[in-house]
Structures are given as C-alpha cells and as structure tokens.
Design a protein around this ligand. Structure first.
Ligand SMILES: [Mg+2]
Length: 263
C-alpha cells in the first residue's frame, strides 16, 4: 500500500453545484471502509466546516471538524497563530462563523482591526471593500482565504474570491501577506497535522490544475486529476501543470490501481 490517506477536493469531485458526483462518492466510501483516512480540502470559504460536515454526511460520507478543512478555517487559524484578534472580514457566513468560534472578534466598518480577511463575498459593497482597503493601506495584515479567479456555479463560473483581492491590490498597491488556501502549503500542512499524516503518505485528488495539482507540485505530494470538474485532459499540455495521475473518475482509478490503496 502506498497511501494512508486521501486529500479530497469538494467542488468538481464530490459534487457539482448541488449534484453529487456518484462514481467519486462511491469510491471515497469504499476507500474509507478499507481504513484509509479521507480528508476534505476546499478553497471555498463561503461556508463553515460545520456546514460542510453536514452536507457530506447527507451524501453518506464520514466527516467531522478534523477531516474537513476549508480556506476559511485555514485563514482564521493563520490569524489566531499570529496573535490576531480584531478582524475585518470581507466574506460570507463561513468566515464569520470560523472567526467567532476561534475566539477572534469580527468588527464592523469604522472599528480598527489588526487583520483583514478576504474570501468570496457575493453580498459585498463598494463601502465594505473601501473600508478593507483603508485598513490594509494603514498597515493591517492582509489575509486572503484564496485567490481563485472563478467560482463554480450550476451553469458555469462566476468571479471568485481572487477578484476581491484584486480590488484591494489595485487600490492599496499591496498583495496579500498570506494566501491560506490551495495551492499554498499552509492549508495542506494544517490538514495533515490535524490528522497525523505526512506529506509522503497522501494523495491529493482534485479537478483543477491551478489549485489542486499545483498544491501537490508546491509540496511534493502526489496528485490525481479527475476529469469530473473544471479541467480537461488538453489543459495539462496547455498549462504545463502535470498531475501524477489522470483518470476519468475516482472509481475508474481505484479499479485500475487497487494496490496503491491496499485494496
Ligand atoms: Mg474543485
């Protein structure tokens, strides 16, 4: 057996919009039943881990607050480890919830803050972004949960959290001090530490080259690109971002390489 754990992306692997991707889910259940650690790693910061745990359980998948990590939690953990307390958040419920349960204080417009955390925010306003810009220009630490250019929706892709980062960058002339989501090693190492795993013991499974596969390249971890989401085979040559393995879906892959998982 080569792998003790799998690091599973959510959008494009477990589901697409609200639709479950059945062949991937079936394979994850099988691997979990054989004792592999199944860890979920998502860049989506709109929801909290708790919300994801409940969604995964609705699809019959085992999940808890240790095995579900998203970029909202990764951003909050970064701030907590760096002694932040007052945070101004440009983001949705997931970020506010994670910040609150971690003991941080999300503040409102007009209140000083030591950190600004940005995520996807579909309810943002010019007024809110302006306050984030001012804080960052005046020295607040700029923490971006992720810089995804796009956000997957049922009928395609909308502007992602990266577009909010661009807004602030354009004004302040500052890049984020840290991007906590994929492809940054921070989020992976957090997940591994929580689950007592090492980089060489896991396989990253994802549908994107720029986040999932790049994370593997940045950390020396093996990657499997599944063609159930965003990336197509031809994108590999176009981008030069090479996964360790490529498969139509996860069930196909484990049927072809059962030994990798001790099946
Ligand atoms: Mg994905």
């Amino acid at each position: 057996m080569k792998y003790r754990g799998i690091i599973i992306d959510l959008d494009g692997v477990v589901w697409r919009g609200r639709k479950p991707i059945k062949r991937n889910i079936e394979a994850i259940k099988l691997l979990h039943s054989k004792g592999l650690k199944t860890i979920y790693l998502s860049n989506n910061a709109t929801r909290s881990r708790k919300e994801y745990v409940e969604l995964l359980r609705e699809h019959g998948l085992a999940a808890d607050l240790r095995t579900v990590i998203n970029s909202a939690y990764a951003a909050v953990e970064y701030v907590r480890e760096h002694d932040g307390y007052k945070v101004f958040i440009v983001g949705e419920a997931g970020l506010y919830y994670e910040a609150s349960i971690a003991g941080l204080l999300p503040v409102t417009i007009g209140t000083p803050a030591d950190h600004v955390i940005t995520g996807m925010d579909r309810f943002s306003t010019y007024y809110k972004l302006t306050y984030a810009c001012r804080l960052i220009k005046n020295g607040a630490v700029f923490v971006a949960a992720n810089t995804d250019r796009t956000y997957p929706v049922e009928d395609g892709e909308d502007p992602g959290a990266g577009t909010i980062v661009s807004f602030i960058e354009t004004y302040s002339g500052r890049k984020p001090d840290i991007v906590t989501g994929k492809p940054n090693p921070w989020i992976l190492d957090l997940a591994l530490k929580l689950n007592d795993l090492k980089r060489e013991e896991v396989l990253i499974i994802g549908d994107r080259l720029d986040t999932d596969v790049m994370l593997g390249l940045n950390t020396g971890v093996d990657t499997l690109l599944v063609l159930t989401g965003v990336a197509r085979v031809e994108d590999i040559e176009k981008t030069g971002i090479n996964p360790t393995y490529v498969a139509k879906d996860l069930l196909d892959f484990i049927s072809e390489y059962p030994d990798l998982f001790g099946l």
